[in-house]
Design a protein around this ligand. Structure first.
Ligand SMILES: [Zn+2]
Length: 338
């Protein structure tokens, strides 16, 4: 029954007069009639590749293609569920995954002007960190080398604002700003993903932290296989089960990073040692699968308190510090050296 539904969905999608029904006159204004067809196809190919859609030479304009969906991978049956179409004159490409649980859809135009709208450091008004912010990070034991490798920048017209660039496949997909007074805001976002995503593209063991600075701290300790959540921690653990993926807006960054996370065998949750941090660890474990999640126990700071996070641990303990993570079964432990 399920399969039958899917094929109905698929044929419904494929039979629709796509160009007429889904594209408003506004979209058409971007059409570029001047470029040769082969160039337009090349541009489209170039644009969809970072999204995980790989086109071979058989993908010609005017035809429909069933490809593997990079978001859901076609589910358990590994169906080629992504219906992909380049319109006849090569002006744009459009796609939709016909698995109802996924339904990923999108479009790109062959107009080069659209490429100009992609954020880069220049369009975001970013520049390399100045001496003041470099000193700020140095106090937190984060070196210029680590800052540079992670493309940490500052706003060129407001020099005290740190800009954490969020990248995927080397391209900026988002940017988060932070003042020295710990005020945060989000810049233009194309895709909400984990911070440092490219660093886990080949990792089977990863560490998830609660902030960009903790990610940088772990790099100082020798761990590059680390990512940070983009939005900090929730107030408390939800009393309900996680909603379906498409409605799970608060954790969309996990689903957008799914390709990277699916192949990971062990996930070390190194969130903050406070109630929101513990709630975040729980919400992450619920979504990532408890069986592969391990949770860090931050060590005692003094008689009464514990360290709060990776950065605090590192700043207050300049010597090597062994930190234990508890595995899904209590007998399992894993050590992190900070
Ligand atoms: Zn899909």
């Amino acid at each position: 029954m399920k399969l039958r539904n899917m094929s109905i969905c698929q044929s419904w999608w494929l039979c629709r007069p796509l160009t007429k029904s889904l594209f408003s006159p506004q979209t058409q204004r971007f059409w570029c009639h001047s470029l040769p067809l082969s160039t337009k196809v090349k541009i489209l190919k170039h644009k969809v590749e970072p999204l995980g859609i790989s086109l071979d030479n058989s993908c010609l304009p005017g035809n429909y293609h069933n490809l593997f969906c990079p978001k859901c991978k076609g589910g358990q049956l590994m169906e080629r569920s992504l219906s992909f179409h380049i319109i006849t004159d090569g002006e744009f490409a459009i796609w939709r995954c016909f698995r109802p649980i996924c339904g990923w859809a999108g479009q790109v135009s062959a107009d080069d002007k659209e490429l100009d709208n992609k954020p880069d450091e220049e369009s975001l008004g970013l520049e390399p960190l100045g001496p003041k912010l470099v000193a700020y990070f140095k106090e937190r034991l984060i070196s210029e080398k680590t800052l540079s490798r992670n493309s940490v920048r500052q706003l060129s017209d407001e020099k005290n604002v740190i800009a954490f660039t969020y990248k995927q496949n080397g391209l900026i997909v988002g940017c988060k700003y932070r003042t020295m007074e710990k005020r945060f805001w989000q810049g233009k976002v194309i895709d909400k993903v984990l911070y440092g995503l490219d660093d886990i593209s080949h990792a089977t063991e990863i560490i998830i932290v609660e902030g960009e600075i903790d990610k940088l701290s772990l790099e100082e300790a020798g761990y590059q296989n680390c990512v940070s959540v983009p939005d900090g921690a929730p107030g408390k653990v939800s009393s309900k089960d996680p909603p379906p993926i498409e409605k799970d807006t608060a954790y969309q960054y996990l689903w957008n990073s799914k390709d990277y996370l699916d192949k990971v065998v062990r996930i070390i949750l190194a969130t903050d040692n406070d109630p929101p941090g513990q709630a975040l660890a729980e919400e992450l474990a619920r979504r990532l699968g408890r069986e592969r999640c391990w949770q860090v126990r931050w060590p005692k700071k003094d008689e009464l308190s514990f360290f709060k996070d990776a950065n605090e641990c590192q700043v207050l303990h300049t010597y090597n510090h062994s930190i234990v993570a508890n595995g899904p079964r209590f007998s399992n432990t894993w050590e992190l050296m900070l």
